[in-house]
Each structure stands twice: as structure tokens, then as C-alpha cells.
Ligand binder design. Structure first.
Ligand code: RNT
Ligand code: ZN
Length: 418
């Protein structure tokens, strides 16, 4: 008996696309799923930590937010079960577990404060990535960290990021796969500065001090994340795109491009091909800006589709770490994880199923009508049938069963959190 999947496979085959190959490739991609959607980027260093000093804003009061590490892990386990494939968890330093050791400040955290995360991850078969947390802290309250005028404050954050790198290297060594460590700092100002150069020079020097600590690339790969503006840093962001392009090229670090950190008319997809002419490893923060860097849940919009298409067309899937970065407190947070992560994967699957060879042939022949027509045809090819089959093979629910799964979890687990 022929199934919907069989006919989808034939439809793609008639355009020269091998569905099995696409499925195989998708299976080889691990997303870096962010730990911070389940608790609105709060972290658990102190009960009820406030975002503060950060230029990040989470809106929404939907009930069921994770209030401690146990609840977060429970939500993550459920989320991972709803995302087909094998994925990684990207932890922030503010999610340290102090239950055995007592609290220490960020400049003194070490692998011992993340041992329980590593145990948990090993049990789950999940690898870990890491992020220094240079926000939500009294020493970040005035909006500057590594570029601060005050040396004491700079030194504190240099020490923190060094520790974060050590923790990352520890994860990398233990899990036998390099831990991707991302550095994002909020530094910037609400109004027009007059010493832009000074701030950027200090940031450069602080980062150089951070990287004086030599660690094996087999264990840790460091990335630096740029931004355009934030709440409270509308006029000036120290770590701009140009700053980090130059930094990552000259210091041999990874660059992190967050889809919400550019002008809204700028295309991150368009940057991919240029980037890979000069550098060979990229970190993405897949997000969805709505009017600003709003970190909405990822959906299959044109920005996402074009980004994934570029990764496939530039043969860059294997050189790109696809991290997620969204947080919405107005909807069921497990649902946010599931929809956002699944949409990122569906977008990638759609790109892997693109009739690229045929499109390239039209391109070479300068038959731009045919190229356009086929691109349009591609949008309505039976992606859903292949996606359903992928979910089935990965032992994960189909889209049609997702809502019920999330609602059941809300009823049995989340609704008990007051
Ligand atoms: C902030 C950056 C950064 C954070 C996370 C929590 O604008 O995008 O990546 O979202 O580190
Ligand atoms: Zn980001």
C-alpha cells in the first residue's frame, strides 16, 4: 500500500531530490536548545532573580514558569521528547547548582557548580554548550561589564568569563565533544556617547585578557555575539557586528550572529556566504525579531527559510552551530520550546529538500523565469508528509498530536506551580 510519504518521496524525486538523504542529513544536525525559555531567563542563583542590567526583556506572566533546577530539568526533558532528533542543551552560567557548595559569586564559579547538570545531561544523552552570564547582576547594573571604565568591574567580568570558559572546557572534555561557549555582553548606552573608541578598546583588551587562558579547541570553542541595540542601549552598543567581525577574524574565535541583532531590513541569510569566505565556523542564534529584538518564538517565516536555504546552498550546515534564542512568557513555555525548535528543524528540512541542483541549472542557463517558478513551486511541495515521517522515525509526536501533549503537561505538571 502506498502511503502519503511514498507519494511525497516521488514528488521530490521527480525534481531530483533524494528524500532519504535529506532525512539522513537532518538527523545529523543537533540544535543547541537554550535553557532559558522555561524560566524567562531568570536563572537560579537567587530566588526570584531579576533580569536587570541587561538590555534583555521578557514579557508575559503565563503560569507554570520553572522555579528551580528540578522544575527546569523536568520541562527540558519533556521539551526534548517533543523535538525529533538528538540535540544539545545550551546552559547559562546563571543556572549554576549551589545546593552542595553554597553560593559563590560569578567570578568564582567552577565545574563543581555544574556537576549535577553534567550528570543529568549524561543520563539524558544530551551534550552541553555554555554561556557566560554578564547580565542580571549588581556589577552589570549600569549597563557596562567588560568595557566598563572601572578596572575593578572589568576584572570581575574578565574573571567570570574565564571561569565560564573553564566550565565549558570541562564539559567538552567529559562529553567528548567541544562545548560551544558564547559570550554576549549588554554593554552600551541609552544616549550618544562621545568616546566610542575608548569603550571598544577596553572591550578588546578585556577579551584579550579572557583569551590569555589557553584551552584546547577539542574541548571548547568560544564565540562572540554582536548586537545592534537593546533596551537602555539604544544609542550605542560596544560589541557591534563590525567589532566582533574584526575580533573573531583576528583572534580566531567563532562569531555568533543572532537573527534579532540586525536592522530589520538586513538579512542574516545574506551574510552567510560572505562569512564563510573568511571564517570557517559559525554560531547562530535563531530567533524572531518582531519590530525589534523581541525574541519571539521561531516560526517558519521567510527569514528562517532563507537562512536555512543559505546554510544548505553554501554547504555550511556542517560548519554551523545552530543555537536557539527565544523566550516568550505569554504562552505555555513548553509549547514555545516545542513549536520554536520544531519550526527551526522543519525550516532546515525544507531547505534540505530544495531541488537545488535543478535551481542551479536554471541559474547557470540564465533562465531566471524557470528559477523563480521552481522556487515558488518548492514552497508547496509536500514537506509535511516528510516531516511527519521524520517525527515517526525519531519516535516523536507528529504536529497533529503536539497541542494535546503540551496541554496534558500543563494540566498534570505546570498547573501545580503557583
Ligand atoms: C541578548 C542575546 C543573548 C541572550 C542570551 C540569554 O540580546 O541575544 O544571546 O539572549 O544569552
Ligand atoms: Zn542571542
Amino acid at each position: 500500500m502506498s502511503t502519503i510519504f511514498d507519494s511525497a518521496r516521488e514528488a521530490y524525486a521527480s525534481l531530483g531530490v533524494d528524500v532519504e538523504k535529506a532525512i539522513q542529513k537532518l538527523q545529523g544536525v543537533s540544535l543547541g536548545i537554550h535553557c532559558w525559555q522555561a524560566d524567562d531567563v531568570g536563572g537560579f542563583e537567587h530566588a526570584g532573580a531579576e533580569l536587570g542590567g541587561g538590555g534583555i526583556q521578557v514579557t508575559g506572566n503565563y503560569p507554570g514558569k520553572a522555579r528551580n533546577i528540578e522544575e527546569l530539568r523536568s520541562d527540558l526533558e519533556k521539551a526534548f521528547s517533543l523535538i525529533p532528533g538528538t540535540h544539545r542543551l545550551s546552559l547559562h552560567a546563571s543556572y549554576a547548582d549551589f545546593s552542595k557548595t553554597g553560593w559563590v559569586d560569578r567570578d568564582r564559579i567552577g565545574p563543581e557548580h555544574f556537576e549535577s547538570w553534567l550528570d543529568w545531561a549524561t543520563k539524558q544523552g544530551i551534550m552541553l554548550d555554555f554561556n557566560a552570564t554578564c547580565f542580571s547582576h549588581p556589577k552589570a547594573d549600569d549597563g557596562f561589564t567588560l568595557s566598563h571604565r572601572n578596572k575593578e568591574i572589568r576584572d570581575f567580568w574578565i574573571a567570570h568569563v574565564k571561569q565560564a570558559r573553564k566550565i565549558s572546557a570541562y564539559f567538552g572534555e567529559k562529553q567528548g565533544s567541544p562545548c560551544i561557549h558564547n559570550i554576549w555582553i549588554p554593554d552600551g548606552s541609552k544616549d550618544i556617547p562621545v568616546d566610542r573608541y575608548g569603550y571598544r578598546k577596553r572591550l578588546q583588551e578585556s577579551l584579550d585578557a579572557v583569551f590569555e587562558l589557553e584551552l584546547s579547541k577539542d574541548y571548547v570553542r568560544d564565540a562572540v555575539e554582536s548586537k545592534l541595540f537593546g533596551i537602555g542601549s539604544e544609542a550605542f552598543v560596544v560589541g557591534s557586528h563590525e567589532f566582533y567581525m574584526g575580533y573573531s577574524q583576528t583572534r580566531d574565535t567563532l562569531l555568533c550572529m543572532d537573527m534579532g541583532h540586525f536592522h530589520l531590513t538586513e538579512s542574516v541569510a545574506d551574510k552567510i556566504s560572505s562569512f564563510f569566505l573568511y571564517q570557517d565556523e559559525l554560531l547562530l542564534h535563531v530567533s524572531r525579531p518582531v519590530r525589534w529584538d523581541s525574541d519571539h518564538v521561531v516560526i517558519m517565516n521567510d527569514d528562517l527559510m532563507q537562512l536555512m536555504q543559505e546554510l544548505v546552498r553554501a554547504d555550511a550546515v556542517g560548519k554551523t552551530h545552530i543555537g536557539l534564542d527565544f523566550f516568550d512568557g505569554t504562552i505555555n513555555r513548553l509549547g514555545a520550546y516545542a513549536v520554536g525548535s520544531r519550526s527551526a528543524l522543519k525550516g532546515l528540512l525544507s531547505a534540505l529538500l530544495e531541488p537545488t541542483a535543478l535551481l542551479q541549472k536554471y541559474d547557470r542557463e540564465e533562465n531566471y523565469f524557470a528559477r523563480l517558478a521552481l522556487l515558488e513551486e518548492s514552497r508547496t511541495l509536500p514537506l509535511g508528509a516528510v516531516w511527519d515521517e521524520y517525527c515517526r522515525r525519531m519516535d516523536t509526536v507528529k504536529d497533529s498530536a503536539l497541542i494535546q501533549e503540551v496541554m496534558d503537561y500543563e494540566k498534570s505538571v505546570l498547573s501545580g506551580r503557583k
